[in-house]
Design a protein around this ligand. Structure first.
Ligand code: CMC
Length: 428
């Protein structure tokens, strides 16, 4: 018998069931609230709302814990690969050798895009943001694969998953190459996922390109660290769009747009732009910390704070360690790195940041690594999207298979004008 929570309203007491997750978190089940009491809940930004039950990712923001299907992110980052992690997130268990080989085979062999897709890139204006390009092209995949749009046909969903995982790096690298006027590079099926992406980004037809194994390794770990983060903004977008039984291509396209904003996946780009601004204005880090603390100044320190983590983000710890593989390479010099380190040191000790539990988040460090890998700043959110893709897919799939599947349709508290009569133009 479920424990109940009592709600007293207008002299009547209502019993609401308490549901409990596998790690002990508790939620009041309010699905019958409106029907029984006439009330709805009000929770802008969903600060206290659980939108679903999920078995994919667990995070404890107070303790700084992140688990993918129960496995600690620290172990996954150290021992797994992005492809294996994707399988784990999407299908729920670590794959056997055979399952991993098959999954990898399908992804490798779907990496080319239809030649007509290249024409899309010619249609965009010069220098479009690659997030807009990636979202548009991913959405357009639905026009090329019209036999994979059913959300209730396992085989169709399966192929759509392979195609998305395989093609997003190609679509992303094409968007970069196009923006700098260089020829598009085709995928190389002999390479691993991250190596192949680096090759498509940086190889030229006129010279040999061998991906740096350190760069590929670091990129692979960064993709793993971004692979899922439970019900964040873009994942919720994927679920909400998917809840209309809309196909996977369209749902992922929407998620890419949701990720683009500077408060979400655009933050890694915003971090570098902020560091550059500090650098251009003389490098006075304290001035910017003071601006961030000033309640009358809208400026925020990009890369600090998190809706859920009120402790060090465990992903930041992993990235920080990993960063040295790239940032300490002989000859690598980056003035923004010095500013970043100063900022980190000051903010971590500053009373304002300590009191509000604003720690450096994953984007604070990832931007510095991407920069060292020569990835242009506007491609940073695209890298985030590539990493988050298996999470969106897993969450979308879980929604479609959920016994409680319903279209998402929140309510509102209407605060506009009450009924009034139309006033004709001459009388206004
Ligand atoms: N710099 C200065 N003050 C901040 C910052 C910051 N980066 N972040 C939060 N605060 C303050 C904020 O002003 C507020 O103060 P007060 O209580 O006096 O009004 C308090 O801390 C709580 O902030 P909030 O905006 O209510 O918190 P939130 O949970 O709604 O927002 C956040 C979380 C990540 C949007 C926010 O911390 C932020 O804007 N950070 C900078 C952008 C950023 O780095 N985003 C990447 C997030 S991690 C990647 C991802 O998972 O998407």
């Amino acid at each position: 018998m479920a424990e109940m929570v009592s709600l007293t309203y207008q002299g009547k007491t209502y019993e609401l069931p308490l549901i409990e997750g596998s790690t002990g978190e508790q939620a009041i089940d309010i699905t019958a609230l409106r029907k029984t009491t006439g009330l709805i809940t009000f929770d802008p930004g969903f600060m206290s709302t659980g939108s679903c039950k999920s078995k994919i990712t667990y995070l404890d923001g107070e303790k700084g814990i992140l688990l993918y299907r129960g496995y600690p992110i620290e172990q996954i980052a150290e021992k797994s690969s992005f492809i294996e992690t994707s399988y784990l997130l999407i299908y729920g268990e670590l794959p056997t050798q055979k399952q991993l080989e098959e999954f990898n085979y399908h992804i490798v062999h779907h990496s080319m895009v239809h030649e007509s897709i290249k024409n899309f890139y010619d249609g965009f204006p010069n220098n479009p943001h690659p997030m807009a390009v990636c979202s548009a092209v991913v959405g357009a995949l639905a026009t090329f694969y019209q036999n994979e749009l059913s959300v209730r046909d396992d085989r169709e969903v399966e192929i759509a998953i392979h195609r998305l995982m395989a093609k997003l790096p190609t679509i992303a690298a094409y968007s970069y190459k196009k923006s700098i006027g260089l020829p598009l590079s085709y995928p190389d099926n002999s390479l691993g996922y991250s190596e192949n992406f680096l090759k498509m980004m940086f190889s030229l037809p006129c010279e040999e390109y061998v991906p740096d194994p350190d760069a590929a390794k670091v990129l692979d770990v960064l993709l793993i660290l971004h692979a899922d983060h439970e019900q964040n903004c873009s994942t919720s977008a994927a679920r909400i769009v998917g809840s209309s039984m809309c196909n996977l291509f369209a749902s992922v396209s929407s998620a890419i747009y949701a990720l683009w904003g500077p408060l979400h996946g655009g933050a890694n780009q915003a971090v570098i732009e902020m560091l550059q601004e500090i650098h251009n204005n003389g490098g006075d880090v304290n001035k910017y910390v003071a601006k961030a603390k000033d309640p009358n100044d809208p400026f925020r320190l990009m890369g600090f704070g998190h809706r859920v983590y009120k402790n060090f983000d465990p992903r930041s710890r992993i990235i920080k360690k990993l960063a040295h593989k790239i940032l300490d390479k002989p000859g690598y010099q980056e003035p923004l790195l010095e500013i970043a380190l100063q900022l980190e040191e000051i903010a971590i000790k500053d009373e304002y940041f300590v009191e509000k539990k604003l720690y450096p988040n994953v984007d604070f460090y990832s931007g510095m690594i991407y920069k060292a890998l020569n990835i242009p700043v506007n491609m940073f959110p695209v890298l985030f999207a590539m990493g988050r893709l298996p999470g969106w897919i897993a969450q979308w799939k879980e929604l479609q298979e959920d016994e409680q599947f319903r279209i998402s349709r929140p309510r509102q508290v209407y605060t506009g004008a009450t009924k009034r009569d139309y006033v004709s133009l001459g009388h206004r």
